[in-house]
Design a protein around this ligand. Structure first.
Ligand code: MET
Ligand SMILES: [Zn+2]
Length: 765
């Protein structure tokens, strides 16, 4: 009996970022609509072929997207707000208009809201439903792509976002505030059936229907929606393909009753993330239902340990029989880089640790073959040797680092708390001589093309270290002078030497590896290349002291040292899977603690440790795991920042998501700056009204060149002061200025400082 192998989705960006180049080329008018369409077609053909050549049995289609697959699905079902629909744009233009906004030839529409895809770094465009949404099929993308693959000789299994997930991940439009999207289910289902019938008519025998919301906490109504939806589909079974319902990124156990008894052909579960759910999910399977065992990690870059994967699948087989089991990737491979073969610069020993999407195809195939009794002993032996080598590698373990982490948890350890409570620190920090309503910025100043050019030249070796260094110094001179002229109180050095806020640190720490081509889609044409944590992390030498000290030497005002926090370094990298996330965060926190201490020694009195990603690491479901996360994430921050004198002022910074107040309080930073300008009400800050530490609320949006007039700043500050004490309040932008130009930066900050000074004068009267 041959057990089949299956892939839930393949990256669509192309091995060399072909999709980005073509899409941006089209946006800039450099290539035509048809040429863009052609590039998409080539990428799909390439992906299908590599999967087929690798021997994958169940190959997906409709996993491709020119922007975002959730947005494709919304558009396909006519979930298109009127403000976009009214322009009658060509399909891809509509997709881009909704994804990123459009301002051209009498069209002026903002982008739709974009949100994080579960706990990944991918972002999807949020479906927007309204009372006037009329579901209907507006196109035939899934059918077209199915036929396209068929014409190439590949029978595929189309992937579609399921109806319950589509509704639950969406929101209601401004004009329909009271609408709960899930109540639209009955209207939506017939259109799904229409699509499924078309796929069936085109020859699709099976469809993968993704319901990832099953790993979230779901309201009763949403749980019940599964029965409604899938029983409706079953009524049309004669004219639609068979359905495999797929979930990933967590356990479905708390929602088991929502899927028990659903009349589908089978289910897919993520056993990389949640192997412990096996018994429970098996208990709800019907006698004939298939079990797709997600065992090759779709979220990380590590080579799978094939013998454990095989052992796990065998366990599943014991429970349900080989004829009902399929070997699969845990999720779509969208979240992994495309092909390790393109990494020419990685040290061979390190390269052997990894498996990117293309390599993962082999892994599912080998596991399926092994289970089916085929001889894959050579592959297994090579794999076992790699796994063993990694464990033994000098890159992996550093006993000293591990000892030091243990000391954090030792009895009586004070590594995670400041010497004194906030009131004493506040007193000690009076020597900084800061005025009421102190003004500051978040760290970066415009990263001009000149800065990027010089950095590239330095990396390539075309300019000397000395020339680069004096260039960086001249940039620092310039931003210090600028900040003094604008009248800011706590200055920054501007971060001109940093390519990226995580990579910059990773490159100076042990335990990190970097790829040259390991791109992963974050949203649209924005791809990221996360560093990979490969071993115990330590800091061989100071990382930021030189620049901070130089900046401080140019001014009498305090200059903030600027570091990226432990949790953000962890979240924006591919983490290790052989040790816990807590352990990795604590290792990072100790490395940063040493840096903080060196900064203090060098005379830096204010130090900011940024944690913009701390919120996104929050486990998807409420419960123990989440409670633990709160604890260790806050503890890591405190370990990094608490080794200083009372008189050293610790800042932190948060942006991107809504932060819960108890979490921020647990960090015990002296000052935190929080993105705030897009908040419509001051409700949120009320929760901090009795919090003694100080807070700076972002007063303008750094993503926009718009310059708010002074009165607007004043109005915002006045609103905030209605609920928040003036003596605790700092004045700053939402985040760093690195994506802005100098022109608007100057005007924005000048107006901000003018408003602060006005309040200062009033309150010191
Ligand atoms: C995404 S948070 C960025 C903080 C960093 N210090 C900056 O100003 O760019
Ligand atoms: Zn920020």
């Amino acid at each position: 009996m041959a057990v089949e192998s299956s892939v839930l989705g393949f990256p669509r960006i192309g091995a060399l970022r072909e999709l980005k180049k073509a899409t941006e080329g089209y946006w800039n008018g450099k290539i035509s609509y048809d040429d863009l369409v052609k590039v998409g077609k080539e990428i799909r053909a390439h992906n299908w072929k590599s999967q087929k050549d690798a021997g994958v049995d169940i190959v997906p289609s409709n996993d491709f997207s020119f922007y975002d697959h959730v947005l494709d699905t919304s558009i396909l079902f006519n979930v298109i707000p009127e403000r976009y629909a009214k322009y009658n744009l060509a399909p891809l233009d509509l997709l881009f208009a909704m994804g990123r906004g459009l301002q051209k030839d009498n069209v002026d529409v903002p982008a739709c809201e974009m949100v994080k895809w579960f706990d990944s770094n991918y972002h999807y465009v949020r479906p927007t439903f309204s009372n006037s949404t009329e579901f209907k099929l507006t196109g035939s993308k899934p059918v077209d792509e199915f036929l396209e693959a068929k014409a190439l000789g590949v029978q595929t299994r189309p992937v579609i976002v399921g109806p319950v997930s589509l509704l639950f991940l969406g929101k209601s439009d401004k004009d329909s505030i009271d609408l709960e999207p899930i109540t639209l289910l009955q209207k939506l289902l017939p259109v799904y059936v229409e699509l499924l019938s078309k796929l069936f008519a085109a020859g699709a025998t099976e469809v993968q229907i993704d319901e990832p919301v099953l790993v979230l906490d779901l309201p009763e109504k949403v749980q019940a929606a599964f029965k409604t939806a899938y029983e409706f589909f079953a009524k049309h079974q004669a004219s639609i393909p068979q359905l495999t319902l797929a979930t990933y990124f967590g356990t479905v156990v708390p929602n088991l009753k929502a899927i028990a008894g659903l009349p589908v052909k089978g289910f897919h579960f993520d056993f990389v993330r949640s192997p412990e759910q096996l018994d429970d999910v098996v208990s709800i399977l019907g006698d004939k239902q298939t079990l797709s065992v997600g065992i090759v990690d779709g979220r990380n870059v590590w080579k799978a340990d094939l013998s454990s994967a095989i052992a796990f699948v065998e366990k599943a087989i014991k429970k349900v029989g080989a004829e009902r089991v399929i070997v699969a990737t845990s999720s779509s491979l969208l979240h992994t880089p495309v092909d390790l073969a393109n990494e020419k610069k990685l040290d061979a020993e390190i390269k052997d640790f990894f498996s990117f999407a293309t390599q993962k195809l082999q892994e599912v195939v080998v596991v399926a073959k092994a289970i089916s009794g085929k001889d894959v002993s050579a592959e297994l032996a090579t794999n076992a040797a790699s796994i063993k080598a990694r464990i033994a590698s000098k890159y992996t373990t550093d006993a000293k680092v591990q000892e030091r982490v243990k000391s954090i948890d030792a009895e009586g350890s004070k590594l995670d708390s400041r010497i004194s409570g906030f009131p004493n620190r506040l007193e000690a920090q009076k020597s900084l001589n800061l005025p009421l309503f102190p003004t500051t910025t978040i760290g970066s100043f415009p990263q001009t093309s000149e800065i990027r050019k010089k950095r590239n030249a330095f990396t390539k070796g075309t300019i000397s270290a000395q020339e680069y260094e004096s260039f960086i110094e001249s940039e620092i001179d310039m931003v210090i002078k600028f900040q003094e002229e604008v009248g800011l109180d706590v200055l920054v050095h501007g971060e001109p030497e940093r390519n990226d806020m995580v990579q910059y640190f990773g490159e100076q720490l042990t335990g990190f590896a970097f790829t040259s081509n390991g791109w992963v889609q974050s949203y649209g044409t924005r791809y990221v290349r996360p560093p990979i944590i490969i071993g115990d992390v330590s800091r061989p030498k100071a990382m930021t002291v030189k620049e901070s000290v130089y900046a401080q030497s140019r001014t009498q005002k305090p200059v903030k040292g600027m570091l990226t926090g432990p949790v953000t370094c962890l979240r924006w990298s591919f983490p290790r899977v052989d040790v816990s996330q807590r352990e990795q965060a604590l290792q990072l926190s100790l490395a940063l603690r040493d840096e903080v201490s060196d900064l203090q020694k060098a005379g830096i009195r204010v130090i900011q440790v940024d944690e913009p990603a701390i919120r996104e690491g929050l486990p998807l479901r409420a419960g123990q795991e989440r409670a633990n996360y709160y604890k260790w994430a806050a503890q890591s921050f405190r370990v990094a920042t608490s080794g200083v004198e009372d008189s050293t002022q610790i800042h932190s910074h948060f942006c991107y998501s809504d932060f819960d107040s108890s979490f921020i309080k647990a960090l015990d930073a002296d000052v935190v700056s929080i993105e705030f300008s897009k908040k419509e009400s001051t409700e949120y800050i009320k929760e901090f009204s009795t919090y003694p530490n100080h807070i700076g609320l972002g007063l303008f949006d750094i993503h926009s060149p718009r310059v708010p007039p002074v009165e607007e700043f004043e109005r915002r500050i006045a609103d905030i002061l209605k609920v928040y004490p003036a003596e605790n309040f700092w004045v700053n932008p939402d985040c760093g200025m690195k994506t802005r130009g100098w022109e608007e930066t100057t005007k924005q900050l000048t107006n901000m400082v003018t408003a602060a000074k006005k309040f200062r004068a009033e309150y010191t009267k």
